[in-house]
Design a protein around this ligand. Structure first.
Ligand SMILES: N=c1c2ncn([C@@H]3O[C@H](COP(=O)(O)OP(=O)(O)OP(=O)(O)O)[C@@H](O)[C@H]3O)c2ncn1[C@@H]1O[C@H](COP(=O)(O)O)[C@@H](O)[C@H]1O
Length: 111
C-alpha cells in the first residue's frame, strides 16, 4: 500500500515539475494554484460526508470508497504543492500508532 502511495507521490512530483497542464489533470491543478487545490479538497471532503451518510441509509458503499479515494488523491496533490508527501503523513501516523487519542488529549490539557 505504501509502495503505491510512493509511486503516486513520484508521479505527482514529476507533474508538478514538468507536467503539461493541457494533458495532465495534476499539472493543471498546480498551474491553477493552491486555492483551486484547496477548493477541490473541500469539495471532495463534502462528497465523502454525503456518500458516508448515504451508506448509513442503505446506500452504495462503493460510492463512499470512490469519494474517499478522490479526497485522498486531492490531499496528496495539496501536500505535493506545498513540498510534502504521503511519507510525511505516514511518519506522523506511525509516531501516533499505539498512543491512545484520549491519553494524548489528557496529557495535552495538563500542559
Ligand atoms: N488518482 C488520480 C485521480 N483521482 C481522481 N482524479 C481526477 O480528479 C478529477 C476531479 O474529480 P471531480 O469528480 O471533481 O471531476 P470534475 O467535476 O470533472 O472536476 P472539476 O471540473 O470540478 O475540476 C477528475 O478529472 C478525476 O479523473 C485523478 N486524476 C489523477 N490521478 C492519478 O494521478 C496520475 C496523474 O494524472 P494526470 O496528471 O492527469 O496525468 C494518474 O495516473 C493517477 O494515478
Amino acid at each position: 500500500m505504501s509502495d503505491l502511495l510512493q509511486q503516486l507521490d513520484a508521479v505527482l512530483e514529476s507533474r508538478k515539475r514538468q507536467g503539461d497542464a493541457d494533458s495532465s489533470y495534476v499539472a493543471s491543478l498546480h498551474k491553477k494554484g493552491l486555492n483551486k487545490i484547496l477548493e477541490k479538497v473541500g469539495e471532495e471532503a463534502t462528497e465523502v460526508i454525503l456518500a458516508a451518510k448515504d451508506v448509513e441509509c442503505g446506500g452504495d458503499r462503493q460510492a463512499m470508497i470512490c469519494e474517499t479515494a478522490d479526497l485522498w488523491f486531492h490531499s496528496l496533490v495539496m501536500l505535493s504543492h506545498l513540498g510534502a508527501d504521503s511519507q510525511d503523513v505516514l511518519n506522523e501516523l506511525a509516531r501516533r500508532f499505539g498512543l491512545s487519542g484520549l491519553e494524548e488529549k489528557a496529557a495535552r490539557s495538563k500542559d
